[in-house]
Design a protein around this ligand. Sequence first.
Ligand SMILES: C[S@@+](CC[C@H](N)C(=O)[O-])C[C@H]1O[C@@H](n2cnc3c(N)ncnc32)[C@H](O)[C@@H]1O
Length: 390
Amino acid sequence: MNKDSGDLYVNREQTLVKHVILKGYLERFAHIIGSAWDTITYVDGFSGPWNSRSDTLEDSSFSIALAELRKARDTLAQRGKKVHIRCLFLEKAKEAYQRLRAFAEGVRDAEVVTLNADFEESISQIVAFVQSGGVRSFPFVFVDPTGWTGFAMDRIGPLLRLRPGEVLINFMTGHILRFIESPQGQTQESFEALFATDAYRNRIAGLKGQDREDTVVRAYMDAVQCEGDFRHVCPAIVLRSEKDRTHFHLIYATRSLRGVEVFKAAEKTAMKVMEQARAKAQQRSRVQKSGQQELFRSEDMHDPSYYEGLRNRYLTQACHLIEDVFRQSPRALYDTLWSQVMALPLVWESDLKKWIGDWQKSGAVEIEGLEPPEKTPKRDSKHWLIWRGQ
Ligand SMILES: C[S@@+](CC[C@H](N)C(=O)[O-])C[C@H]1O[C@@H](n2cnc3c(N)ncnc32)[C@H](O)[C@@H]1O
């Protein structure tokens, strides 16, 4: 994504946000993993290209991923650390696959294997590819379907259980919410396959609006966490560009707190990009309708209240989570609070630090384990928060 890449994403702003998250995450992931492991094995189960506008496919997830892995490999090589890159790209559609294969054939400096195959039908081949990377290889699996079928939980289980391993799954929330309570037998079966259970039905029964959406996403996160025995699962919300509504969630699963930190940083950056892109898309639509240019820039005209309302919703939930932790025990490890709060979308470490700072000032919280000159807690440092009450 170069500086003109905005043009590649006009009318597909949700793809821009997805790619910003993927790129931002992989940029740091590849440096961190490449420093500690010999090989990075990257799998894209639904590669595309899909609605790509670039002749070089730079607006496709596989191209973005490979570029980030290469960059990290080259930087690490300068420091004397060798990292081998292996990619497996799957695409079912014939025409898209031809473009994918042509792209892969042009890659000389990394191992890139392509498969013109159905993702679900290829799980054992994918696992074999990952395992052939050896014990010093770290796999990352991206699952980016167009709907809610083709990645049934019991089928993708072997990929979720890879250790080490991380996954990023596109959960098509908007689409799913429209059909999830369909009485049609086949549709119900497809959702049971997605979640590996029908328990989601009781969880959402009687819920409406954002509560229903959050519960569906939580049910899927729980299913991923359980199937893969992940320690942490985080969602990033991607909104529709011209409507105040969720398009999809990117669900990230990991066993590492560092992974969560990197994902949250990518999410935070992407949310700024998302709001700017939505502002532009909405201005474009207004101008098209009215036939008149607007005097002010799109960001000055943008009404951020939907986004801010969502952020406030999750900030409130984060505060409740913290209250629950302290209700169980007045002593809590900073890492515990951090991991619980970071599992909510649109909540940042800076929010947690701000609250803790305020509580320190008011005497509501004391922190144990700070080494002078440290004033604020940090992760992996055995910093304990002692709740003294407001
Ligand atoms: C949302 S697009 C992927 C976009 C791409 N990951 C990106 O961000 O640039 C989904 C792709 O998966 C392909 N596809 C659909 N069903 C599939 C399946 N069962 N197995 C593999 N690929 C599939 C579609 O043809 C399409 O190219």
